[in-house]
Design a protein around this ligand. Structure first.
Ligand SMILES: *[C@@H]1O[C@H](CO)[C@@H](O)[C@H](O)[C@H]1NC(C)=O
Ligand SMILES: *[C@@H]1O[C@H](CO)[C@@H](O)[C@H](O)[C@H]1NC(C)=O
Ligand SMILES: CC(=O)N[C@H]1CO[C@H](CO)[C@@H](O)[C@@H]1O
Length: 222
């Protein structure tokens, strides 16, 4: 899978204007077109100011690009072998389908990295629904996993916990997606540390981290 195709989920959701429709392809079910009431981001890897960029729209949901995730093991604190950043996106949707429940099943993350044989890149995602932990997953990427310095992964979060039912107000229980990226180095002989870089300069969108996720819906099963 190509990197760009995967960066988009989280970021795109965040940058739709409040009130903008976020239609979902429901197959034979009702048309589900929630509106984005608000999106906020908190964390060391979050875009500042105007925030991330919507790279593309995939399956009617935006793919986001984050160029704030630049990490370099060479910049680790003295004695430390890990550098990391995270970003939490908090999304409030309105006009949801009463009698349905939601979850974030898959979070797709991609990006640019340069890793030597002794450095690992760990991507970790966690979802919360209405403030309660719902699901998580993580992946460890090593240099052999990179293709032209790119990685791309679809993290299927577990377990499959669904939200409370959307009630007659149409207000969807608050969705939170926390993504963290860490470079884990190894202390080598002679006091040297293994090397690793993920992302680039803030202005370098070609090396930005991409994030994409889509809400999944189902009729409430009580
Ligand atoms: C990573 O995921 C595995 C299961 O896929 C889990 O056992 C482990 O605790 C997770 N690690 C972290 C750091 O979340
Ligand atoms: C409807 O659901 C929303 C989101 O879960 C909740 O905040 C709100 O209190 C509920 N309203 C009623 C009348 O149950
Ligand atoms: C909040 C919640 O409902 N958590 C549940 C998620 O799913 C696991 C496994 O089915 C349950 O043990 C949790 O209680």
């Amino acid at each position: 899978m190509n990197l760009n195709a995967h960066i988009s989920l989280l970021l795109s959701l965040l940058f739709l204007c409040p009130g903008e429709a976020l239609p979902q392809d429901q197959g034979s079910g009702p048309v589900i077109s929630p509106t984005v009431e608000s999106m906020t981001m908190i964390g060391s890897g979050c875009p500042l100011g105007t925030g991330g960029i919507v790279r593309e729209i995939r399956n009617n949901t935006p793919v986001f690009l984050f160029s704030e995730w630049g990490l370099d093991l060479a910049e680790a604190e003295p004695g430390a072998t890990v550098v990391s950043k995270f970003c939490s996106e908090v999304i409030e949707l309105g006009n949801g389908p009463p009698g349905y429940q939601v979850r974030i099943a898959t979070v797709s993350v991609g990006g640019w990295a340069e890793l030597d044989g002794s450095t690992r890149l760990v991507v970790d995602v966690e979802t919360k629904l209405a403030g309660v932990h719902a699901s998580s997953n993580n992946i460890t990427i090593v240099s052999d996993d990179l293709v032209d310095n790119s990685f791309s992964t679809d993290l299927v979060t577990e377990p499959a916990n669904w939200s409370l039912c959307v009630n007659e107000t149409g207000k969807v229980p608050r969705i939170e997606i926390r993504t963290s990226v860490a470079l884990i180095g190894t202390q080598l002989n002679g006091g040297l540390m293994s090397s690793g870089v993920v992302g680039g300069q803030k202005t370098d969108l070609k090396k930005a981290l991409s994030l994409h996720f889509e809400p999944a819906w189902r009729p409430c099963q009580l």
